[in-house]
Ligand binder design. Structure first.
Ligand code: FE2
Length: 279
């Protein structure tokens, strides 16, 4: 398993979670969305035009449960054109710390064993996202690596992407380009200074998207993503949603960059598996 991960930068583990565990997270998310006042949301999420995301709303989501909306879910005046539960693109970025159900899920021993088997010495739960990929309007996510957003020295981020529903070619499953993650550095870097976000291209070669492979998986499967594994997903034009939950872990034995967008305070730090607190 470790060899395949090292070679390809990605690993698919079927039946890692039960359908019941997936449903439990989906039910909890339904409640979170139901309890949210749409007026509190200040963001449309798009990877095509990053300027559409309110920088401050994104930066403030580091230690919160914040909702981000699909581009096609609001009109030009910013009014919702579909019900809120059909408008959410994703929810992040501290579900793993701010909600008991997500905290418990994200700190299971079998995840810790998995990360340790892949060489992570001291996993820290840094970021979590619930991704809805809504029917008909779920937007495309362009090809990217995750390491540029959670920069450590040396690089250490590992993404655990959990399919809560079947992810298919029709509803916008992940795609990725195997075996090109082995370069020394990520090809870009996303960073923040004085509240301003920056995106630096460190290597402007195009990704060899002709080599991309689909990562269509059944509900309960886990896709493990090396931080430098290039991945993407298409728009969802089908009538079925594609819910997924992604957790990003970094190694406490590395140096976490002060310029990263996601910063936690000394009073509310990012923690590992054993420091889960009752909420
Ligand atoms: Fe990603």
């Amino acid at each position: 398993m470790e060899e395949a991960y090292k070679k390809n930068g990605v690993l698919v583990l079927e039946d890692f979670f039960s359908v019941g565990e997936c449903k439990n997270l989906m039910d909890r998310m339904e409640s979170i969305i139901e309890e949210t006042d749409p007026a509190s949301i200040d963001s449309i999420f798009s990877t095509i035009d990053r300027n559409q995301v309110s920088d401050q709303y994104l930066l403030q989501s580091a230690d919160k449960i914040s909702l981000f909306l699909e581009e096609e879910a609001v009109d030009e005046k910013g009014n919702l054109v579909v019900p809120l539960n059909k408008a959410v693109n994703k929810v992040g970025h501290a579900l793993h710390d701010k909600d008991q159900v997500f905290s418990t899920f994200s700190r299971q021993g079998k995840l810790e064993s998995l990360l340790s088997g892949l060489g992570m010495r001291a996993p820290v739960l840094m970021q979590s996202m619930y991704i809805c990929k809504q029917p008909n309007i779920g937007g495309e996510v362009t090809c990217h690596q995750d390491a540029p957003f959670l920069w450590t020295t040396p690089q250490s981020v590992i993404g655990i992407w959990v399919a809560l529903e079947d992810a298919t070619l029709e509803n916008g499953c992940l795609w990725g380009i195997p075996a090109v993650h082995t370069e020394t550095l990520p090809r870009s870097r996303y960073w923040v200074k004085a509240g301003q976000t920056h995106f630096d291209v460190l290597d402007d070669r195009d990704w060899p998207e002709d080599k991309k492979v689909p990562l269509a998986v059944k509900a309960g499967s886990v896709v493990v993503l090396h931080g430098q594994f290039p991945h993407l997903s298409g728009a969802n034009r089908s009538n079925r949603s594609r819910h997924a939950y992604a957790i990003h872990y970094v190694d406490a034995c590395t140096e976490y960059a002060q310029e990263n967008w996601l910063q936690r305070s000394a009073q509310d730090p990012a923690t590992g598996f054993s420091l889960a607190k009752e909420l």
